[in-house]
Design a protein around this ligand. Structure first.
Ligand code: FAD
Length: 530
């Protein structure tokens, strides 16, 4: 099978195994393994691959205790190993217990239902089938606890939160949430069954499943969740103050290093309190400040294609930046100046002079310094510029939707998704994080051309941003105070989230309305802005 036929790539949140790695990976491992042996020519396997990827994404945070893999039996190098493991049909699912022996060929799953929810529940059952002797190293207890074990915890002080999920015996939510929180410190999740009447009485629980929280200071409360779904419970616990994702220490990607230099000189300024449901003009202004003074400065001259891309970017911001304040005036001036120049080549210094002069003469300001608010990081090197650049482009997609004629007569009006196209070209040409640019370009090449209208433009960028969030969750560029997670969270938009066949799904109509509100001019806060 050539590269084009590959069903799974390194970008997928699963492990691609081969004859050389299968045994050493799955035997005597500290985690259990679930491996799909497939064949890249089997039509059913091709169709099924998207379900398997959804599953792998869904249980990505469980991998320390149970990992998901694939092995392509159609690859010549794998013929022998597939025979050795007795694979006769595709796909075949096999699981391997943690600490299994070298001779263990795994257990074949024979269930007919291969939907995400069933396979996920199978994974929970696999874990619970371990004994004390071979229990996966990092797996917390999954059995329900009794009233006698739990009631004494009430009122106790501790250095972490304890969440108690009370549920019916056939519910998997408790165990799934325990596993979802595996990578997080600061919270321990336990479960109890609805048959524990003394506990239900003491906690005044009447609806199931319920989630009860014991705070470090000894107080306890029944938590209110808008929907009693796994995703809501997990998100709620992940965002408790002080709960942090444990970072991977082995991140090999050089992107992190690049992001570090990109953000290098973030200061040790005092913390600015902010509201996550708002968008701050200070961040947008800082994005432009950084872009014009730092990012562009690495190009001594702008010419040819680069110049065109820069012009388009300036035009886009001049036309779509909301509020019509000094930023717009500055960008309009810059835009007019760039368009009036017959030159094919402009020294960067000329751009800088214009920006500086304008600011001095007419009091048209672009913040004279970086001032992150919604994009503050918990330490230097985190968040800041890339955060503000995403924010800026989200604002521009929403503003384009709100003012459809704003780009008339700019040369950009003919494009189906002008904001995305300009962003794509800007990122490719100027964005200092080269790997980010490559990733973004790959994604754009696959699906950007399918965007047909302004609403799809908003949703495409939202979706793409979430793809990046999924990929980066737990990496070194993930700020522990602002852990990467599917956005908007249930607390920002409960109606954006639904569950279908046990799998989290977005309600895209509600996501669109939320984005149209969140990134609208009326939701911009001028606090901390000049
Ligand atoms: P960010 O992801 O920067 O998000 C900023 C704000 O936008 C959030 O605080 C939230 O309010 C909002 N938000 C979050 N998700 C969404 C969404 N789906 N839709 C709308 N709004 C949302 N870093 C890498 O390490 N590797 C990469 O490949 C990479 N690619 C990038 C590509 C682009 C085009 C950009 C602009 C940045 C890229 N980065 C990459 C940087 C990375 O995405 C983050 O910007 C950075 O790590 C800072 O993260 P953050 O926590 O501030 O949140």
């Amino acid at each position: 099978a050539g590269a084009a036929a590959r069903l799974y790539t390194e970008e997928d949140p699963l492990v691609i195994l081969s004859s050389s790695s299968l045994r050493s990976t799955v035997s005597n491992s500290s985690s259990a393994w679930l491996v799909q042996f497939f064949s890249s020519w089997c039509g059913h396997c091709i169709q099924y691959s998207s379900t398997w990827k959804t599953l792998a994404q869904d249980v990505k945070d469980w991998q320390q205790v149970i990992s998901v893999g694939v092995l392509d039996c159609a690859q010549e190098e794998n013929f022998d190993v597939c025979k050795e493991y007795g694979i006769k049909f595709y796909p075949t699912f096999k699981y391997f217990r943690a600490h299994s022996s070298q001779t263990d060929r795994g257990t074949t799953y024979r269930g007919a239902d291969r939907q995400v929810q069933s396979v996920r529940q199978l994974m929970v059952n696999i874990l619970q089938n371990h004994t004390r002797m071979d229990w996966p190293d990092h797996c917390p207890p999954l059995e329900p606890l009794s009233s006698v074990e739990l009631l004494p915890l009430l009122g106790q002080r501790s250095d972490h939160y304890t969440a108690i999920i009370v549920e019916d015996p056939d519910s998997y939510v408790g165990r799934e949430v325990i596993l979802d929180l595996l990578q997080f410190s600061g919270v321990e999740v336990k479960r109890a069954l609805s048959s524990e009447l003394p506990l239900l009485d003491a906690l005044k629980i009447t609806t199931l499943p319920s989630i009860y929280l014991l705070h470090p200071n000894g107080t306890h409360t029944l938590l209110h969740v808008q929907k009693r779904l796994r995703f809501f419970f997990s998100s709620l616990l992940r965002t408790l103050p002080g709960v942090q994702r444990r970072l991977k220490s082995d991140s090999s990607s050089s992107t992190v290093g690049q992001m570090g230099t990109l953000l290098g000189k973030q200061s040790t300024e005092p913390w600015r309190d902010f509201d996550q449901s708002k968008v701050y003009t200070a961040d947008l202004e800082s994005a432009l400040h950084y872009l014009l003074r730092v990012e562009l400065a690495t190009h001594n001259t702008l010419e040819g294609e680069e110049l065109k891309i820069f012009k388009d970017f300036v035009t886009l911001v001049a036309k779509l930046y909301p509020g019509g304040g000094s930023v717009v005036k500055l960008m309009e001036t810059l835009s007019d100046w760039l368009l009036s120049l017959p030159l094919q080549r402009i020294p960067y210094q000329a751009v800088l002079d214009l920006v500086d002069n304008k600011m001095r003469i007419s009091g048209v300001f672009l913040g004279a310094e970086l001032r992150w608010v919604g994009c503050q990081g918990s330490r230097a090197g985190l968040r800041g510029y890339p955060c503000s650049l995403w924010t800026l482009f989200h604002v521009l997609t929403v503003q384009h939707d709100a003012t459809p004629t704003a780009l008339d007569n700019t040369g950009l009006e003919g494009e189906a998704a002008p904001v995305l196209q300009v962003m794509r070209r800007y990122i490719r040409t100027f964005f200092g994080c080269e790997q980010c640019g490559q990733h973004f370009e790959q994604a754009a090449a696959v699906s950007m051309d399918r965007v047909q209208d302004r609403e799809q433009q908003i949703l495409w960028l939202w979706n793409q941003h979430n793809m990046v969030n999924y990929r980066l969750a737990g990496s070194l560029s993930d700020d522990p105070l602002f852990p990467k997670a599917p956005w908007p969270s249930p607390s920002l938009c409960a109606s954006c989230h639904e569950e279908k066949n046990g799998v989290h799904v977005w309600n895209q109509d509600n996501v669109l309305s939320f984005l149209q509100h969140h990134y609208s001019a009326s939701n911009l806060s001028p606090k901390y802005s000049l």
